[in-house]
Design a protein around this ligand. Structure first.
Ligand code: GAR
Length: 222
């Protein structure tokens, strides 16, 4: 008997290109999962249309309509309860979640961040990477904990920073990396290969001493 298909809820705030990469990987048979709902905290998020076009139910929980984070998260939890997904995937979700929310979903809540964490937590990662003069940049997927952008790292995709790179050019290179990284990590989770025990990431039952590393080859980045 095959394992039940992983049921995923995706939380977005905007464009939704990572959501699209996940939906594409599922459609291509590379990710045995089903996106059962997409929730945005922004009513105008383009990713909502993308989800609807793929036949995925969508909901908006507009943070501006709530007095505080706790009230916003109660509404978010109510939406999530409607589907009771196995895994919550943050894909460009730009609200900080409270420690209570994160604790309730511990081990079942993933995020992607556009830097090689712990470098450049927070916003404007590409501009900051360029200003710092680093030779490598990239994306990280991690389990979410109360430490913003600080949860246990699962995998990273490294890309080179090239001489003369602009912020837009670098952002595009990192985004392509994200689109390869997130479906891969989700496939591990869907296959039951990935877990969080205390603050340690387990892959195939073994503690990761460091995040799994992927890198671009020259050819991939023409
Ligand atoms: C992505 O680059 C993602 O890593 C980043 O927002 C972008 C969303 O793009 N997330 C964060 O910065 C979270 N701290 P998308 O909507 O096209 O997937």
């Amino acid at each position: 008997m095959t394992a039940a298909t992983l049921r995923v809820a995706v939380l977005i705030s905007g464009r939704g290109s990572n959501l699209k990469a996940i939906l594409d990987a599922i459609a291509a048979g590379q990710l045995p999962a089903r996106v059962v709902q997409v929730i945005s905290n922004r009513p105008g998020a383009a990713g909502l249309q993308l989800a609807a076009a793929a036949g995925v139910p969508t909901a908006v929980v507009d943070h501006k309509r709530f007095a505080d984070r706790a009230a916003f998260e109660r509404a978010l939890e109510a939406q999530l309860a409607a589907e009771a997904a196995d895994l919550l995937v943050l894909a460009g979700f730009m609200r900080v979640l409270t420690a209570d929310f994160v604790a309730r979903h511990r081990g079942r809540l993933l995020n992607i961040h556009p830097s090689l964490l712990p470098a450049f937590a927070g916003l404007d990662t590409h501009a900051r990477a360029l200003a710092a003069g680093v030779s490598e940049h990239g994306a990280s997927v991690h389990f979410v904990t109360a430490a913003v952008d600080g949860g246990p790292l699962i995998a990273q995709f490294r890309v080179p920073v090239r001489p003369g790179d602009t912020e837009d050019g670098l952002a595009a290179r990192v985004l392509r990396a994200e689109h390869r990284l997130y479906p891969q990590v989700l496939a591990w989770y869907a296959a039951g290969r990935l877990a969080l025990r205390a603050d340690t990431v387990l892959l195939d039952g073994l503690a990761l001493a460091a995040p799994v590393q992927f890198a671009d080859t020259e050819d991939d980045d023409a």
